[in-house]
Each structure stands twice: as C-alpha cells, then as structure tokens.
Design a protein around this ligand. Structure first.
Ligand code: CP
Length: 312
C-alpha cells in the first residue's frame, strides 16, 4: 500500500503532497490511534529503525510526540538539541547532518529557525528528512494533525467547510502549511490579523482576507488561533499587547457567532488572554488537547510511512 501511494523520500511541506498521499497519512494515523488507547502502547513495526530528533529550536509538543511516536513503533530515537551539541562550537548545519547520517539513522526529524533548512538537508542526505518546523516556512506535521483533528471532529465530512485563521500570518509556518493543505482538502480558508502581520502579497493567496473579527468569524465552521510571537513586539510590528488583545483575541462571544458546534484549534503554546481568552481555551469547543493527542498518531503514521518506504 505504501509503494503505490507514497512517492517521497522526505516530508518537507504540505505543498509537496497529492490528495491520495494526504489520505494515506490520515488513514494510517487513524489506525495507529487505536494503539495509543491500549494498556500496552507498543508494537514492533519499526524495530531496528533509527530516528534522530534534531531540534535546533525549542519545542514541547512536536519533539515529544515524535519521540513518543517512534518509541511506540519500537524505533530507536536519539535526540540532539542546539545547546549541549557541537553546533554551540560553530559546527555547520551541513556538517552536523552528515555526522548524524554517518551513524546510519533511517530518518532525521529537524526543527530549525532558518526557512529552507529541512530541504537543504534533504537534498544532501540519503536518509529521510522530516521538517518539524523551519523558520517562517513550513510545519507540515502540524497541518496534517490539524486536518486529522478536523476530519475526526466532522466524522470525515471535510469538503465545503470553512476555517478562519486569526493572528500573525506573515511569520506563521503553521498558517502557510495549513492554507496549502486545507485548500487541497476542499476547505475555504479565511484569515484575519493586524495589517503589519499579514504578508504583502496576501491577496494572491488562496484565502479570503477579513478586516474585522466579528465579520470574519460569522458562520465559519472552525476557528484556528495562532500563537502571538511576542518577539514581534520588539521588532516594532505590534505597538501594544493590550490593543492586540482588544482586536484579535478570540473569545466565547466570537465562537457563538461561528457555525453551531464550530471547533477551536490552536497549535500551541498558547498565550492566554492575548490571542485566546483563557476561559475559551478550557471550554468544550476547544480541541487543543485533541490536537496534541492527534499529533502522536499522525507522527507515528509519518515515521511508519517513511521508515517502511524501502521495505519489500
Ligand atoms: N505546535 C508546535 O509546534 O508546538 P511546539 O513548539 O511545542 O513543538
């Protein structure tokens, strides 16, 4: 099944994927989710395979869930971070990656602050590379787990639905990967955010741009808040956090204007009271922890699909 539908050495972004490849990953994740509910959450599927977790940027959800995913499939996982490694002594990205590859892993999962870092490695390494977030560019496993969460919530009925993304679109790899993927799956995407945090060419993107949150959220089928990257305030792109919250913080009042039962997503980590009201984060319409749960199953599917791609 893998051979007929999966056509890549790597997973670098959602715009590399065809609809049947997305379906393959989401269906495989659904099968693996059952393992995550068993008393003994481990199968021998990837025994003998090596997975390096190369995180040159901070992470809780992505790094931990790739580690859990690999271990539940019996792969050997090895973690390397920026601090405590020879990157801190000035070793280059290329030399670090070649050094890791010399230890014969099957898959390297990389997070890096530079857009394009994952593709740079994929072009130079024979093992599979998974992009776990590169700069502003892409975060494909986040978008895939978001699609999985929505597909489960809507019981498979994705086509024709709408989703609103609220926040800093310019600097968001989550927004970019989601916009590609959700369009591929037949959803229409709305966006809303401060003018200073919308890409200059946003009107060429396959999205509808709104200038008012009440109008943006009206009747929408799902809402996704983005983390406000507080470092943007130092760059002069956000004059005042309280003013940001006044205009862009999604609250229960906003969710009441969306379609009945509309779920609220957020990739995390969340800033309570800034981009999402604290009581909304804990409310039934919040699917934030479902997204985390989905992340393990989805990353099991990614490791399995790449790890088994050369198997007979
Ligand atoms: N959503 C996400 O990438 O979270 P982490 O930075 O904690 O991995």
């Amino acid at each position: 099944m893998i051979h007929t539908k999966w056509r890549h050495k790597d997973l670098l972004d959602t715009d590399d994927l065809a609809p049947d490849e997305v379906t393959l990953l989401l269906d495989t994740a659904r099968e693996f989710q059952e393992i995550n509910t068993r008393p003994v959450k481990k199968v021998p599927t990837l025994r003998g395979k090596g997975v390096v977790l190369f995180f040159a940027e901070n992470s809780t959800r992505t790094k931990t869930s790739f580690d859990v995913a690999g271990k539940r499939l019996s792969a050997d996982t090895f973690a390397l971070s920026k601090s405590g490694s020879s990157i801190a002594k000035g070793e280059s990205l290329k030399d670090t990656a070649l050094t890791l590859q010399a230890m014969a892993p099957d898959i390297i999962v990389i997070r890096h602050s530079s857009s394009g870092a994952a593709r740079f490695l994929a072009d130079r390494l024979s093992c599979s590379v998974v992009n776990a977030g590169d700069g502003w560019h892409a975060h494909p496993t986040q978008a895939l787990l978001d699609a999985y969460t929505l597909r489960e919530y809507w019981q498979g009925d994705m086509g024709g639905k709408s989703l609103l993304i609220v926040g800093d679109i310019t600097h968001s790899r989550v927004a970019r990967s989601n916009i590609h993927l959700l369009n591929l799956l037949g959803l229409s995407v709305r966006v809303h955010g401060p003018r200073t945090l919308l890409p200059l060419d946003i009107h060429n993107w396959p999205v509808a741009v709104y200038s008012n949150l009440d109008e943006a959220v009206a009747g929408v089928d799902a809402v996704m808040c983005l983390r406000l990257q507080l470092e943007r305030q130092q760059a002069g792109l956000l004059p005042d956090l309280a003013e940001y919250a006044t205009f862009f913080c999604v609250t229960k009042r906003h969710m009441a204007m969306a379609a009945p039962g509309a779920p609220l997503l957020h990739p995390g980590p969340i800033n309570r009271g800034l981009e999402i009201a604290s009581d909304l984060a804990d409310a039934p319409e919040s699917r934030i922890l479902d997204q985390v749960t989905a992340g393990v199953a989805l990353r099991m599917a990614v490791l399995f699909t790449l790890g088994m791609r050369n198997e007979p």
